[in-house]
Each structure stands twice: as structure tokens, then as C-alpha cells.
Design a binder for this molecule. Structure first.
Ligand code: NDP
Length: 419
């Protein structure tokens, strides 16, 4: 029985909260704290009569460590679940360390201001040393390893679907199906249709930054970077059908490359429709994806934040989105001296998610694992001092909980491979 502070109240948080309320045996009490308190109050009102979980709400600016510290001290949680934005990862980790509380999140740190010269110097050195240029990377959070270890606290990073479940699939394949894994292809397919010409399924700023960046993959322990969308494949996804998918940089490649160095090649592919790509290219070409503030009629405006204000709120896509997602991992390797292939995936139906918790499947497939990771840390099943990703724990209890809490998975031992 635990008490959890949930920071953030957007699309992903709202699913995580709904799932905590369903799992009231574990989540005895939760506090929802975010920048806009009225959203927290609305979500509390939505669930409080359907759960025995006691819900309280608060306002917090999680960019300010001192505000998070004061809130943690007043609420005294066992774990903090950060489902705000990756910009707040470090301030919240600092607060957890100061207060002696475990930390969980769904996305690795990236700075809000990528023009900050102090951050940029470290970033540029990392690009040169490691060979990938994404704004997000684990180095910032792995740097907290010693601090969390000394404090006897667990920081569980990236317990969404990808990263999160995909890395658990890798640990599960390694534990139960392979003596040696040679290649991992992570395939993220959204076959959903929301009927808008252009919208993003989660925070537009984070989503568009990720997608417009160069792609990269790991081969023989080294990063290989390619121009955005330069590698395209087609794949016939179970229960979704044939889709175009593109190789992207993605954060679990970094953690898996470190934790499973024997794997020769790790790639990540995501499906995109032509309309999405055309809109994104156009927005990029006119400067709307820029994070550098511009002066407009006497005001400072960050173009991508202005774009976010124009686009549909991802949390509002739920009622309109039809179709399914299919996210999973294809493995090749060796078992008992024989070559082996394996595909583990989950299929999630947008409308079923909406009927259950009022959200589309992208928020659902992230919010459910956020709850699961938090529950495992809170219950002590996934607890060790330091900073870890989801591939570094026993995958079995997590896999069981996926089946129980709405994301059942399928194992196919004869999949079509990606060339
Ligand atoms: P949203 O933009 O919908 O929600 C973000 C929430 O954080 C909002 O409630 C926002 O408040 C709040 N917030 C922002 N800044 C602050 C701050 N300084 N202090 C307190 N609260 C703040 O994002 P999503 O729900 O789509 O995404 C949440 C997280 O999940 C992101 O980190 C994203 O990268 C991650 N994610 C991970 C995935 C995975 O599979 N691993 C997939 C999809 C998302 P306000 O309401 O005032 O704006």
C-alpha cells in the first residue's frame, strides 16, 4: 500500500492516474500535482467516486526544485512519478534525492532551451564523442547514479511503452528465449486515424523534435547517424496491416546498447503517413519547429510553442481516433546452438482505450506502463539503489502486469524480419 505523488496532468498522466485508481490495492493514496491545478481537480472529480484510492491535488512548478521539495515534504510520498515533461526530469530527481524518495519517469532528459551555452557545450562534445545528435540522451540522468546509490534510492527511467515496455520485451526475450541476441528491431506502428490533417499524438513539442531529428541506430557498439527519414521500410503489422515505417533515433537504443553490448545491431522504426510527413516538412521549412525565441510585435515567441497552441490538444484526440497501434520488438539470435527469431508485440485499440479511460491509445500505452513501473518500485519488487532503465530488472512481474492492466502481449516465434 503506497502513497504516490504524480507530477503532470496531461494525456499520459491522465491514463496513469486512471490506472492507479483501478489498482487501489497498491495505490492507497495519490496526489496529482501540475502547473495548472484545475486540470488536476477535473481528473480527481472524474475518478474519485469510482475508486478507494484517496486523491488529493496541488499546484507545482516542477522547473523549480524548491517547489517540488516543499510539496514532497508536505505530502510525504513513497515514490514520485514524473509524467510532466522531460524538461523537468533533473529538477524532480534533485528534489527526490533531497527528500529521500524514489523516482520514476517515462522519457529521458532534454533541455527546454537548446541554445543554453552551458548545455550546448556538453551536447556538442557528446555528439562528437558518441556520434548521435539527438537533444535527449541518458548521460544527464546516468550522472545521478552515484547519488541515488548512496541515498539507497531507485530512479526508474523511461517506463512508458517505448521506451519502457520495449526494453522489458528485450529483457524477457533474453531471459526466456535466447542464449544470445544478435539483432533487435523495435517497431512502433500507429494505425490510428484522428481525422485531422495534422496533429500529434502526444506533446507536440517533444514529438516534433523527436521526429524531425536525424535517425540513428547502433551497430557493433557504435552509433550510425543518417539524415531524418532516410531509411524507409514497409511492414505488414499484425491486426493493423501494411505501413511505411522510418528509422528514428530512440532512447531505448542507448540504454540497450549499454546494457546488452552483445547485441550486434539495434534499430527503431516508427510508422508515419505521407500527410503527416508533408505537413511536418513544411512546418520545419518555414521555421515553425524552431525552439529559438523570435520577437513578434513586441513579444518573445518560441515558434514550436506557438505551433503547440494551434494544434489539437493530444488529450482531445481520444473520441475521434479509430484504429489500432502495434508496438513490439523483433529479435534474431541463437538458442541451444540453433538460429532463432522472435517477435513480441502488443496491439491496442484506440476506441477501446477511449471507452475505458477517455484517452487514445498513445496516451494509454504510455500511461499503463507508467503505473506498472511505479507500482513495482512502490511494492519493492523493482527496487535497487541507483539509476536504471526497465531492461535492468526482472521482466516477469512487469510482463504479468501488462496482461493484467490492459496491454496484453503476443509472442510470435516465426515473424517476418525487417531487412
Ligand atoms: P502533455 O503536454 O499532455 O502533459 C504534460 C503535463 O505536464 C501537463 O499537465 C503540463 O501542465 C505539465 N507540466 C509541464 N511543465 C510543467 C512544470 N514546469 N511543472 C509542473 N507541471 C508541468 O504531455 P504528455 O502527457 O503527452 O507526455 C508526458 C510525458 O510522457 C512526456 O515526458 C513525454 O515525453 C512522455 N511520453 C513517453 C512515451 C513513452 O512511450 N515512453 C510516449 C509518449 C509520451 P499544463 O497542463 O499546465 O500544461
Amino acid at each position: 500500500m503506497s502513497r504516490v505523488l504524480i507530477i503532470g496532468c496531461g494525456g499520459v498522466a491522465q491514463v496513469a492516474i486512471a490506472k492507479c485508481c483501478q489498482n487501489s490495492d497498491t495505490f492507497k493514496e495519490i496526489m496529482i500535482a501540475s502547473r495548472t491545478k484545475s486540470k488536476c481537480d477535473e481528473v480527481k472529480a472524474r475518478w474519485e467516486n469510482e475508486t478507494s484510492t484517496i486523491i488529493t491535488t496541488a499546484q507545482v512548478d516542477a522547473d523549480k526544485t524548491e517547489e517540488v521539495v516543499a510539496l514532497i515534504k508536505s505530502y510525504n510520498p513513497d515514490v514520485v512519478l514524473n509524467v510532466a515533461l522531460p524538461y523537468q526530469d533533473l529538477t524532480i530527481m534533485d528534489a527526490c534525492l533531497e527528500c529521500g524518495v524514489h523516482y520514476v519517469d517515462t522519457a529521458n532528459y532534454e533541455p527546454e532551451d537548446t541554445d543554453d551555452p552551458e548545455w550546448r557545450a556538453i551536447y556538442e562534445k557528446r555528439c562528437k564523442d558518441l556520434g548521435f545528435s539527438a537533444y535527449f540522451d541518458y548521460s544527464w540522468q546516468w550522472a545521478y547514479q552515484e547519488k541515488f546509490e548512496k541515498a539507497g534510492l531507485t530512479a526508474l527511467c523511461g517506463t512508458g511503452f517505448d521506451p519502457g515496455v520495449t526494453s522489458v520485451f528485450c529483457a524477457y526475450a533474453k531471459k526466456h528465449y535466447f542464449d544470445r541476441i544478435d539483432t533487435i528491431d523495435i517497431l512502433d506502428c500507429n494505425g490510428g486515424d484522428h481525422g485531422y490533417a495534422f496533429a500529434t499524438n502526444f506533446n507536440p513539442e517533444i514529438n516534433l523534435r523527436e521526429v524531425s531529428a536525424p535517425g540513428s541506430y547502433m551497430e557493433d557498439g557504435k552509433w550510425i547517424e543518417i539524415p531524418p527519414m532516410a531509411i524507409k521500410r514497409e511492414y505488414d503489422f499484425p491486426e493493423v496491416g501494411m505501413k511505411d515505417m522510418y528509422l528514428l533515433h530512440h532512447e531505448e537504443i542507448e540504454a540497450l546498447g549499454r546494457n546488452m553490448p552483445e547485441v550486434k545491431r539495434i534499430r527503431f522504426f516508427m510508422t508515419f503517413g505521407q500527410s503527416y510527413l508533408t505537413h511536418m516538412k513544411c512546418l520545419e521549412n518555414v521555421g515553425m519547429l524552431s525552439t529559438t525565441p523570435i520577437e513578434f510585435e513586441g513579444q518573445q515567441i518560441v515558434p514550436i510553442q506557438f505551433l503547440k497552441a494551434l494544434l489539437p490538444d493530444p488529450a482531445s484526440l481520444g473520441p475521434r481516433t479509430v484504429g489500432k497501434t502495434n508496438i513490439g520488438c523483433i529479435f534474431t539470435g541463437v538458442k541451444d546452438g540453433k538460429e532463432k527469431t522472435l517477435y513480441i508485440y502488443n496491439v491496442c485499440d484506440h476506441q477501446e482505450c477511449y471507452r475505458e479511460v477517455g484517452s487514445q491509445a498513445i496516451s494509454y500505452t504510455t500511461g499503463v506502463p507508467a503505473m506498472i513501473g511505479t507500482a513495482l518500485v512502490a511494492e519493492g519488487l523493482w527496487k535497487k539503489p541507483g539509476v536504471f532503465t526497465t531492461d535492468e530488472f526482472d521482466p516477469d512481474p512487469y510482463m504479468e502486469m501488462l496482461n493484467k492492466w490492459g496491454l496484453p502481449w503476443v509472442v510470435d516465434e516465426n515473424p517476418v524480419l525487417v531487412d
